[in-house]
Design a protein. Structure first.
Length: 328
């Protein structure tokens, strides 16, 4: 636990420096922000507690995929975080050997036998090689590893919840989850929530296994994490599927649109308002009874004025269709 505490500060600094060099201007979370995210996962402490090996994952937008590398960070804050694996290959899941001389990781590389690779810690610029025989490494996770993972995931969840709270207003988390049309924020929320709860399950299972010596708790924890991941994946998939098929704007947003239209002096009565969320853009169709005008030209001008002001008040409206009528 002590190592996890000391590792948290330099790891947070490392993750922040890897993610961005300059703080962006404040704005709502957008799909473009998703591609800028750098995530840190699978931390592993060296036996002496002086280093932490991590998987750093970025998004390569041009290639439409994620890319993972293994970095090593000093728990003392110096030297600076260092990438240990080649950026030409996918690498993840670092683990130190029991004597700390080797850093094991998984990677798919041409000509390799399986996915197990290693680097010599005394030669950070040396070539990766495939070790012979069983890796000299402890099996399973340690409470320190899981505690640190909970800290980093908690930081990520805190940032996500700040954006969620801005979007949900006075609604409950569940109601926001069911009603939101921000698919990118929905996915990140589900991912962070599953990771945080899953790590908590793992930590409890490890502590119970260590305290009792009964591996059954480890197995129960693994099953619980699997069930959790399936449940969250299904819930997110249901909501995202609804967005792909087509949904209107959030009910609260629709009420705001109706209030705006009903307050217009040009409109006598709103018969119907249809909306369709298309990513960050919205399409609306309005059927309304207009107040009498001397000429047809003035009626058209009144409708155009309503549409212009409507789009100014609701910036996400990209397409609008207005049908004047005398009955629903």
């Amino acid at each position: 636990m002590r190592y996890a505490f000391h590792a948290a500060v330099p790891m947070f600094v490392a993750a922040t420096s890897l993610a961005a060099q300059q703080p962006p201007a404040k704005h709502g979370f957008t799909p473009a922000d998703w591609y800028k995210l750098t995530t840190v996962s699978t931390p592993a402490l060296s036996p002496d507690g002086n280093k932490v090996a991590i998987t750093v994952t970025t998004v390569r937008e041009a290639e439409n995929r994620r890319h993972s590398e293994v970095w090593v960070v000093s728990t003392q804050g110096d030297p600076a975080p260092m990438r240990y694996t080649s950026p030409a290959f996918e690498s993840s899941n670092p683990r130190f050997s029991d004597d700390g001389k080797l850093l094991y990781f998984t990677s798919q590389r041409p000509g390799g036998r399986g996915t197990n690779w290693a680097l010599r810690m005394d030669q950070p610029s040396g070539e990766a090689f495939q070790p012979t025989g069983a890796p000299q490494i402890r099996t399973g996770s340690s409470p320190a590893d899981n505690s640190f993972s909970i800290v980093t995931e908690g930081i990520s969840m805190h940032g996500c919840m700040q954006e969620v709270n801005k979007a949900r207003g006075d609604r409950s988390i569940w109601r926001w989850f069911r009603q939101t049309r921000a698919s990118e924020l929905l996915v990140i929320f589900g991912e962070d929530l599953a990771a945080l709860i899953g790590l908590a399950f793992a930590l409890v299972a490890i502590l119970l296994t260590m305290a009792t010596g009964n591996p059954l708790f480890d197995a129960i924890g693994t099953i619980a994490i699997g069930v959790l991941l399936i449940a969250v994946a299904v819930a997110v998939a249901i909501e995202v599927k609804a967005l792909l098929i087509g949904q209107g704007v959030e009910p609260q947003r629709r009420e705001e649109m109706l209030a705006f239209l009903n307050a217009r002096p040009e409109i006598a009565q709103v018969y119907n308002l249809l909306t369709l969320q298309m990513g960050n853009d919205v399409m609306v169709a309005v059927k309304a009874k207009m107040n009498p005008t001397p000429t047809n030209r003035e009626l058209i001008e009144a409708i155009n004025l309503v549409e212009i002001d409507f789009k100014r008040a609701f910036r996400d409206i990209r397409w609008s269709f207005f049908e004047p009528d005398i009955a629903d």
